[in-house]
Ligand binder design. Structure first.
Ligand code: G3P
Length: 217
């Protein structure tokens, strides 16, 4: 399973890369705004340079013609840019055109397995089901990962399942168990994956035992 970072902060991207755990990055207009980015193009180039894998950059347009034009522009910023397209009818049309042009895409705002099926039929490279936002409204977010996996396997779709809107380590575990290809997570969740009280306790014990031995000799 690949780990992507869901962020627009270069410092977080650098830290995840230094850990050797950065397979890619996903951004969205909200994350760019939160990071206070004004020059989106320059920032996407900077992220792409730091990232060894795909970087999702989202279109702002909502019509077919404008989305395709914006996607071509974004795709030219760096060789590892994947264009994020919202799941709306014009977006699905754009996915097909971009597929024909060889521009990789990530279909975002997926909240049902049938939306994922449609995006895969249109040739999306990735689909992004939003687990946390489904949980927020009382649905079981993980259920759609399970169902999308089954649908894609039933029909041999190569579209990758990118579990998004991940809020905690359990989402990462469940996504892995259900066969998501990628989990994109905030940096805070990536760091939480390291935590286990028995690891801390065990290390403290090993060091204490070493110190005791050392003190005697
Ligand atoms: O980038 C898309 C997704 O991961 C957003 O997550 O936490 O805003 O629901 P969130």
């Amino acid at each position: 399973m690949q780990f992507f970072l869901d962020t627009a902060l270069l410092s977080e991207i650098e830290e995840a890369a230094a850990l050797g755990l950065l397979d890619g990055v996903t951004t969205n207009p909200s994350l760019m705004a939160k990071a206070g980015i004004q020059d989106f193009d320059a920032h996407y180039r900077a992220i792409a340079k730091l990232t060894p894998g795909p970087v999702s950059a989202e279109v702002i347009s909502t019509t077919y013609t404008d989305m395709v034009a914006e996607a071509r522009h974004l795709s030219n910023l760096a060789s590892n840019i994947v264009v994020k397209i919202p799941f709306i009818p014009d977006g699905v049309k754009a996915l097909r055109t971009l597929r024909e042009e060889g521009i990789p895409t990530n279909c975002t705002l997926i909240f049902s397995p049938v939306q994922a099926l449609i995006a895969a039929k249109a040739g999306a490279t990735y689909v992004s089901p939003f687990i946390g936002r489904l949980d927020d409204i009382g649905h079981e977010g993980m259920e759609i990962i399970r169902q999308i996996r089954q649908i894609f396997d039933n029909y041999g779709f190569e579209t990758k399942i990118l579990a998004a809107s991940i809020r905690h380590p359990l989402h990462v575990l469940q996504s892995a168990l259900e066969g998501a290809d990628v989990a994109t997570m905030p940096y805070s969740v990536l760091r939480q994956l390291f935590n286990h009280p028995l690891t801390d306790k065990g290390l403290a014990q090993f060091l204490a035992d070493y110190q005791k031995l050392h003190a005697r000799s």
